[in-house]
Design a protein around this ligand. Structure first.
Ligand code: OGA
Ligand code: NI
Length: 212
């Protein structure tokens, strides 16, 4: 599964290097996107998603006042062909990132995330103190027909000036990618069901550790 050619990758890698984040529309080949969206709906219907927590290892806890989304961790060794295609795509993407950004991403972890109406995720960093394996956060939004007023924007704070931020609408097949260690961000309250395929590109192979 090849990368999409009409995306200006150089531009986005520059943005990522300079601003620590970038937003890429129409990220996935549309068949991959459509298939995962369908699968997501099926998983939701089967009630497979669970309330997410915060922290890693022994510190993991559910705190609904901080985040109120529900998630489902994906196992690349035991997944549907639709997800396999997605993981193949990510496997093409990683060497490109490594070359352009001089990173050495060795692994990744992904979950499906669902914010029911009323859910949010307060301002945070994605890297845990107890586990600094996450290099980049990647979020592919899965919401077709997202309208102004539906809420659920990703608010990305500037690293230079805390009062500066960008609001990113969670529009279908849009990718948000940012540094996990230093980009403060939050998810504003969603006013209707909000879906994403969210993951982290990792410094070290995941091993048998805990999924945070
Ligand atoms: C996260 C997160 C942002 C988003 O899962 O850590 O910040 O836009 N998600 O879904
Ligand atoms: Ni986050």
């Amino acid at each position: 599964m090849k990368l999409i050619e009409n995306i200006n990758w150089d531009f986005h890698f520059n943005q990522l290097a300079e601003n620590d984040y970038t937003i890429i529309d129409n990220f996935l080949p549309s068949v991959v996107y459509q298939n995962i969206k369908t699968l997501f709906s099926e998983y939701l219907e089967q009630d497979l998603l669970r309330q997410a927590g915060i922290g890693a290892l022994g510190k993991y806890q559910i705190q609904e006042n901080i985040r109120a989304d529900e998630i489902f961790w994906l196992d690349r060794n035991n997944c549907t062909p639709e997800l396999q295609t997605f993981f193949d795509f990510i496997n093409h993407f990683i060497p490109l990132l490594n070359q352009s950004l001089f990173t050495s991403i060795k692994d990744f972890e992904f979950h499906l995330a669902h914010y029911p109406a009323g859910a949010f995720y307060k301002k945070h960093l994605d890297q845990f103190k107890e586990r600094n394996n996450r290099i980049l956060s990647v979020i592919v939004y899965m919401n077709d027909n997202w309208q102004k007023g539906d809420g659920g924007e990703l608010k990305i704070y500037s690293n230079q000036d805390e009062t500066q931020f960008e609001l990113v609408e969670p529009i279908g097949n849009r990718l948000a990618i940012f540094r996990s260690d230093c980009v403060w961000h939050e998810v504003l309250t969603a006013h209707k069901s909000r879906k994403s395929l969210t993951g982290w590109l990792l410094k070290q192979p995941q091993g048998l550790g805990f999924l945070g």
